[in-house]
Design a protein around this ligand. Structure first.
Ligand code: CAA
Length: 380
């Protein structure tokens, strides 16, 4: 895999990095403290073309590629895990399935508003009784004339309270198991749709996470996404792409913690020496950087394979598994290097450690990634 970045990718990465440093980093502590969604950042990202990086210009996208998108999530997450997941869930879990499975009318109707950031997207798969076992959907969709009627609820939905457009999964035929699941595009103003409980979380506290409620929710027939019964496949394919986004978020969080630790250990003096002069510190930092560099190769490889339309399912799972576990380990080690100060909110490493934990859980736990990888190896 050739990671020789093109001039355009180098230019975009520079722009994302400067945007993250100048516009995102200054808000990160406040978003976390106040559990505040960064709406102003979404507007700015929309103007810069960051809300639809790898979608064609004819649908309002920036016409870029998947690697540039991964680098955007990485750069944002170096300074703010919340902003990283806002972009990732919007792009991978809502814009991508509409682009990849939508009709021409659906793409023209929904993508321009999403790619410009005028509207935010979300994805409703998880239910109270269908988490890792995603095929156990209990939300139902019944066709009545020119519309479907949806009943049920979803939980832990990223961007749930701020999104206008949702890709939602429901059972159209219970007797067919996962082949009875269908996907729908739901607008927040459809009758019978509402959002519920807002979750108070350990990390990524500025991101919105809430329940979605469907009470005789009317969804026009033309909002079926893909064919009836193909919803589970659409969900799995969407999550393959989503896992690249979350892997990039984990990558950024770990790299951000390394940057903070390199800076701090050269400032802090104990026993008359800078912490960076102790061999323990040097070895810790070397290991931390090496883990994140290895994660970067896996994330970039998965992104490049998706761009080339190669089968990248296992690559996305390996990238997410490795990057998430590396980020949790590296952010925890960063807190340790900071000592007591690392445990306080005066420094960002404790926030990074809290933010990193969720990357081992959402869009498929690390155990799910191991299931995907081992099944691809033919292990039964
Ligand atoms: N692409 C296309 N099709 C796929 C696929 C993929 N990546 N993975 C599986 N499929 C297909 C299979 O080919 C199979 O098709 P057939 O029935 O036609 O043979 C079908 O799907 C069922 O496959 P499995 O038997 O492997 O499915 P399973 O029920 O055993 O589940 C699983 C496997 C890996 C555990 C899967 O259910 C899974 O990924 N679970 C985790 C779900 C998840 O990530 N949830 C997070 C939701 S989003 C979120 O976190 C919140 C947010 O807003 C960020």
């Amino acid at each position: 895999m050739d990671f020789h970045l093109t001039n355009e990718q180098l230019m975009l990465r520079k722009m994302y990095r400067e945007f993250a440093e100048n516009e995102v980093k200054p808000l990160a502590e406040e978003l976390d403290e106040e559990e505040r969604f960064p709406m102003e950042t979404v507007e700015k990202m929309g103007k810069l073309g960051m809300m639809g990086i790898y979608f064609p210009k004819e649908y309002g996208g920036a016409g870029g590629d998947v690697l540039s998108y991964a680098m955007a999530v990485e750069e944002l997450s170096k300074v703010c895990g919340t902003t990283g997941v806002v972009l990732s869930a919007h792009t991978s879990l809502c814009c991508a399935p509409i682009f990849e499975h939508g009709t021409e009318e659906q793409k023209k109707k929904y993508l321009p508003d999403l790619c410009s950031g005028r509207k935010i997207g979300a994805f409703g798969l998880t239910e109270p009784n269908a988490g890792t076992d995603a095929s156990g959907q209990q939300t139902t969709a019944v066709l009545e004339g020119d519309h479907y009627v949806l009943n049920g609820s979803k939980c832990f939905i990223t961007n749930g309270n701020v999104a206008s457009t949702f890709v939602v999964f429901a059972m159209t035929d219970k007797s067919k198991g996962n082949h009875g699941i269908s996907a729908f595009i739901v607008e927040k103003d459809f009758p019978g749709f509402s959002t519920g409980k807002h979750e108070k979380k350990m990390g990524i506290r500025g991101s919105s996470t809430c329940d979605l409620i469907f009470e005789d929710c009317i969804v026009p027939k033309e909002n079926l996404l893909g064919k009836e019964g193909k919803g589970f496949k659409i969900a799995m394919q969407t999550l393959d792409g989503g896992r690249i986004g979350i892997a990039a978020q984990a990558l950024g969080l770990g790299e951000g913690a390394v940057n903070e630790a390199v800076k701090y250990t050269q400032e802090r003096v104990q026993f008359g020496k800078r912490l960076s002069q102790f061999q323990n510190t040097q070895f810790q930092l070397a290991d931390m950087h090496t883990r994140m560099q290895a994660a970067q190769y896996l994330v970039y490889a998965a992104a490049c394979k998706k761009q080339l339309h190669e089968d990248y399912s296992m690559d996305a799972s390996m990238a997410k598994l490795f990057a998430a576990e590396a980020a949790s380990d590296v952010t925890r080690r960063a807190v340790q290097l900071f000592g007591g100060y690392g445990y306080t909110r005066e420094y960002p490493v404790e926030r990074m450690m809290r933010d990193a934990k969720i990357t081992e859980i959402y869009e498929g736990t690390s155990e799910v990634q191991r299931m995907v990888i081992s099944s691809r190896l033919g292990v039964k």
